[in-house]
Design a protein around this ligand. Structure first.
Ligand SMILES: Nc1nc2c(c(=O)[nH]1)N[C@H]1C(S)=C(S)[C@@H](COP(=O)(O)O)O[C@H]1N2
Ligand SMILES: [Mo]
Length: 529
């Protein structure tokens, strides 16, 4: 990426030289005379730039600042992109991390890279929990702003600025591109009509890149991808993550180019249009532009320190803003079953391995003395051996695992559906939540645990898995028993399960957020997205 700077500069200089020599050719001169820049048939908009358009332009810029920085932070948590649905090391088409080391356990968490706090929100390493609250909350506001923008565009004549209505836009765009590149700019009439290049790039940004970002963002979610059936399988999470990134790259390139053009094509006129709503030679827009930039810069430098200082508050506000949407998606039906040939050749391991004599003793006797303790608000508490569990009805499912960090993997899981466990122990009426305690500690010490709603335990694909891909679950992947609940992100699926407890409330467990990662990493409690 650093090489990109000198290479990009060199390329830009060559482009200028090329465009200037092109303009000396009589054919090109004739072409530009014939297509001066604005498509002749393009309609003219006479209502200028109304106040709502100026406001929405600013809000868009403001929300995008957070969305893009937090998005980069999310990417940094699994800094690799793939086209295929597997995340096999070496098959990434883009990464900003070294190749996956061989000959040792390298978890997805080991793979996360550090971002400076001025760049990512909130910066540092493995801060995806907080980044997601920013990303999703701002997405919601950006989406509402976008819906209002579309509505206002099409209920006024303003849409005519952005939507090309004639094929002439293409030669016009080519002509403007050559003129800009040769540093001899086309005449500007943006108050009433955009030139071909402006129109095409604005159109792509507003009507292609924005919807593509929204759709590809949503399709990375387990519940949404699963609910979409074959569509979610073809347009799998990794392909969607890659397109999401490309669309981010478009926005980034657009913002840089747009920002430069504002300065070099007449700062006073441009800011008068978009910040002052006037087309004259006054200074009305410029101070407002400076004010807008000042707000942006202050927000830029406050976002990360604020988030790191008030992490729990960011988690709470985020949950207030978008948590209810997550809750809605949790119960959706899963039409995600894959086939044996879809099983991933490589399945990233994740989390903190158990490190106790209790556990190594269990491994030594091949889990013969393992007992799953089920207690709490139930009529018949139980202690079940692996043999007891295997004697219960078995369910197999081939599904995609969606880790919050961004990787995914397909495996065949076999085990006891939780609904049968519920039938066995008979939860009391007061029981609302189910706590899964691990035999392992979490990364910062203290026992790993996670809480689910009872409804989630009735989901058709919620099982206690003792098999993975036809054999017993390995120690790396959660032996002897791990939870699978396919509509949630991976961290909700506790590995190395020690005990299950039915409770009325989880406020007094850990930091009261509903799980180890919810407590320590500020993740959401219900996370089907
Ligand atoms: N006990 C325990 N369970 C855990 C974790 C952990 O750290 N400890 N990590 C979770 C996360 S973040 C993921 S993505 C999955 C990973 O499962 P895998 O190692 O089989 O890929 O396990 C989940 N269960
Ligand atoms: Mo994860």
């Amino acid at each position: 990426m650093l090489w990109g700077l000198p290479l990009g500069t060199a390329l830009l200089l060559c482009l200028i030289a090329l465009a200037q020599s092109l303009r000396e050719l009589p054919e090109v001169t004739a072409f530009i005379r014939h297509h001066p820049g604005i498509a002749q048939a393009a309609p003219s908009v006479d209502s200028g730039f109304p106040w709502w358009l100026q406001l929405q332009h600013f809000l868009n810029m403001f929300f995008m600042l957070f969305i893009m920085r937090a998005g980069l932070q999310i990417l940094a948590d699994h800094p690799r992109l793939y086209w295929h649905r597997d995340c096999t090391p070496g098959t990434d088409w883009f990464r900003f991390q070294s190749p996956v080391p061989k000959g040792r356990v390298w978890t997805a968490k080991d793979d996360s890279v550090t971002l400076p706090t001025w760049l990512g929100i909130p910066g540092l390493r493995h801060t995806i929990g907080l980044a997601r609250w920013w990303h999703f909350s701002m997405n919601l506001l950006w989406l509402l702003n976008g819906i209002a923008f579309y509505a206002l565009l099409f209920s006024t004549e303003q849409w005519r600025r952005l939507v090309p209505l004639t094929w002439e836009v293409f030669p016009a765009a080519l002509s403007t591109a050559i003129q800009y590149a040769s540093l001899n700019f086309p005449v500007d009439h943006s108050w009433t009509r955009y030139n071909g290049l402006q129109q095409l790039s604005y159109f792509i940004t507003v009507f292609v890149a924005a919807p593509v970002s929204i759709v590809t963002g949503l399709m990375q979610s387990p519940a949404i991808s699963n609910a979409l059936g074959w569509f979610g399988r073809v347009f799998n999470r990794q392909a969607m993550r890659s397109v999401h990134f490309i669309s981010f790259a478009w926005f980034l390139g657009f913002i840089l180019a747009h920002g430069v053009m504002i300065f070099v094509t007449g700062l006073r006129q441009n800011t008068n249009h978009m910040f002052g709503g006037v087309d004259d030679s006054s200074w009305k827009g410029f101070p407002l532009f400076v004010l807008a930039m000042a707000i942006l810069i202050v927000a830029w430098f406050l976002a990360s320190p604020y988030t790191l200082k008030h992490a729990r508050r960011v988690q709470r506000v985020g949950a207030f803003m978008v948590g209810w949407i997550m809750g809605l998606a949790e119960g959706w039906d899963t039409r995600s079953q894959l086939t044996e040939k879809d099983v991933s050749p490589y399945f990233w391991p994740n989390g903190t391995m158990p490190n106790s004599t209790e556990f190594s003793d269990l491994v030594t006797d091949n889990f013969a003395s393992y007992r799953l303790r089920i207690s709490g608000l139930v009529e018949s508490p139980r202690e079940l051996s692996l043999a007891d569990l295997k004697a219960m009805p078995k369910q197999e499912q081939i599904t995609t695992h969606f880790c919050i960090q961004g990787w995914s993997g397909v495996a065949r899981w076999g085990g006891v559906p939780m609904r049968h466990i519920l039938d066995l122990v008979k939860p009391a009426l007061k029981a609302r939540y189910v706590v899964f305690y691990s035999l392992a500690d979490g990364a910062d010490g203290g026992r790993y645990y996670d809480v689910h709603t009872i409804e989630n335990m009735h989901h058709a694909l919620t099982i206690l898995a003792y098999e993975m891909n036809g054999g017993p679950v390995s120690v790396l992947h959660g032996a002897p028993l791990r939870l699978r609940c396919e509509n949630e992100l991976g961290f909700k699926m506790v590995k190395w399960i020690a005990a299950i407890e039915f409770v009325h409330d989880f406020a007094d467990l850990g930091a009261g957020q509903g799980g180890y990662n919810e407590d320590h990493e500020f993740y959401g409690y219900r996370v089907p997205i």
